[in-house]
Design a protein around this ligand. Structure first.
Ligand code: ADP
Ligand code: ADP
Length: 232
């Protein structure tokens, strides 16, 4: 599904070049649930943004289903992002002035999905995540865990192939974190959604099937958890 070849990301300032990512090579299969770990500043968010078409590598090649992302126009990249990727953020990034319903509906408005279909899609999502009763509430009226459920629902509304989650449980208590991880596991196992999450928690990493460890912008270790999940 994803191939990264010799990806570098650097910032040039005066006569100094600072590498954020250096020589990243990764192959990610459809249906994987991957955890990216590593110390603060290792380049995890930058990697996630590149994978989600939100940032461009300085060098190297990125193939998404054999499409050469590195040579796509900005417009095509933005279309790709909208139609294939769902992003989940640590701080939820919900709009506090919009209801739960309107937050989930938002990506469909950007995609110009027509009214009737939009309604059906949001209703389906509310139902699936058991939040029908919360649909007219505003995010600040919900607990952190509930807000993240809304964040996941919004990320999934367009049926993306790939969910990218940057510390999705970073602001949650352990019980809520486990609920979100169980949600991810279900999406991954039952619907084949590929998930790439960043976390600092060994426990949350245990939900995935492979850990990619980054340090100073390079992959230092890859651990397949093949004994945990086979034939999914
Ligand atoms: P992580 O998510 O692992 O904490 P990041 O990807 O956020 O790491 O950042 C990696 C390093 O690159 C950090 O030292 C950060 O300060 C630096 N960095 C990230 N983006 C930029 C940028 N646009 N300009 C300059 N430095 C950046
Ligand atoms: P937690 O995230 O552990 O549930 P919170 O303090 O976020 O802890 O919320 C505790 C409970 O209080 C939640 O069930 C939530 O629905 C409710 N709650 C939190 N903030 C508000 C608010 N601004 N208005 C109404 N209910 C709230």
């Amino acid at each position: 599904m994803i191939k990264l070849r010799n990806i570098d990301k650097y910032i040039d300032k005066r006569f100094q070049r600072t590498f954020i990512l250096k020589d990243i090579n990764l192959d990610i299969e459809e249906g994987e649930f991957i955890t990216v770990m590593g110390p603060s500043g290792a380049g995890k968010s930058t990697l996630l943004n590149i994978l989600g078409f939100l940032d461009d590598p300085s060098e190297g090649e990125y193939y998404f289903y054999d499409e050469a992302v590195h040579s796509l126009s900005e417009k095509r990249k933005s279309d790709y992002h909208k139609s294939h990727i769902g992003f989940v953020f640590q701080a939820y990034h919900l709009i506090d002035e919009l209801t739960v319903y309107e937050n989930i509906e938002m990506p469909l408005l950007y995609r110009k999905v027509r009214g009737k279909q939009r309604k059906a899609m949001v209703a389906d999502m509310l139902d699936r995540f058991n939040i029908v009763a919360k649909k007219d509430l505003f995010p600040p009226q919900l607990s952190g865990g509930q807000q993240q459920v809304v964040g996941v629902a919004r990320a999934l509304i367009g049926n993306p192939k790939l969910i990218l989650a940057d510390e999705p449980t970073g602001n949650l208590h352990s019980e809520q974190s486990e609920e979100i991880m169980e949600l991810f596991t279900k999406l991954n196992e039952e619907e084949g959604v590929t998930i790439i999450q960043v976390t600092h928690s060994e426990k949350m990493a245990g939900y995935g099937n492979r850990i990619i460890n980054l340090k100073d912008g390079t992959v230092v270790e890859e651990n397949p958890y093949e004994d945990q999940k086979v034939d999914m």
